[in-house]
Design a protein around this ligand. Sequence first.
Ligand code: ZN
Length: 423
Amino acid sequence: MVGLRIDSARLQSQIDALASISEAPAPVVTRILFSDADLKARASVKSICRELGLSIREDAIGNIFARWLGSSPKLAPAATGSHIDAIPNAGRYDGVVGVLGALEAFRALKQAGFEPKRSLELIIFTAEEPPRFGIGCLGSRLLAGALSLSKANALRDREGHDLNYWRQRAGLGKQNIDSVRLPKNRYSAFVELHIEQGALLEKERIPIGVVEKIAAPSTLRVQLTGIGGHAGTVLMPNRRDALLAGAEIALAVERAACTTGSPDTVATTGVFRIEPGAVNSVPCRAWLEIDLRDTRLQTRDAALKRIEIAIQKICRRRRIQFKLEKLNADSPAICAPSLVNTVTRVCGELRVGAKRMISRAYHDSLFMAQICPTTMIFIPCRGGVSHRPDEYSSPAQIKTGVQVLAHTLAKLSAEGSSSQSAH
Ligand SMILES: [Zn+2]
């Protein structure tokens, strides 16, 4: 597979074109699940898939599967993929590099006359980002059976709309959501190309990271109800201020993360809304969303427990009613050593420097790892910046990532014949 020509200029113009499909003006990229911008972006990526002659399937949650049929179509395909949705005020590379980069890898392989034995499949996952329903990796979670249908049906966005409302709007209403789940070993392997979203590779001047483990995320949603009133007339001893309880909770979250003894514990209160939100009115309601992660499940769960206890104590003392929802508490993913070795070997063959690493951000790979051997290929991003409009990876850095992905997919496509596709 020597002589693969990755067309950096073409790929960059596709990345830029996709970035222009956004709910907010450039350079901001915002594409929330099933918004007009998200639907338009999906259509545009599907048209690139069609140009490449891939066959497209879309499941009931909107995961898109674009298959390059192999000469042994009964073998379980090797898959790659990522996401194209984006949180408010995001940049153009997160997720997109793994989708458009994979399509460029397919194109380069086709141009080189490569013919896959196992089929190769690109998966574009629905709602890797959590802003619509407060839960990340919605598509891959359902696909891996890591989210029950009752929990999925109970999801509501800020306006109170459920999943079915948005599925209807996206034209997916006819399919049944229980058809999304895939059996184990549907795929022989899954490899996701992604920007690092950290600064390790850049600092050490290493072009490729091969992911061995993905940290365990969890998300809490807290609803606080106090009693509002006039800011001038309700005297301090009589106050039941929801914001102040929330403020104490946010500090308790920070404390819980700082006292686990592990440098890998991180916790963030990233959402904090209050009602009524007027300067002369005591806040009667508050909503918080808390994100807590660690590479070790035990440490993460211990911190989670401490936060739950703190919420109870604070609310009791301040006479605030609370509703606590654990939106998710996932296990870390251990990547398949054989696959990590394959990617490392490809880097060696291409004479590209590589380093094994942990992913502190979570990705759809966290859930793909539950149904097939999985790893990720990281490329550096400037200053480790992500989820911001100034997120940046250079065309050369992206090109190296696509090279490694393309050669890895070629190897995986030619590999073994032990596991049969479960069609
Ligand atoms: Zn991402």
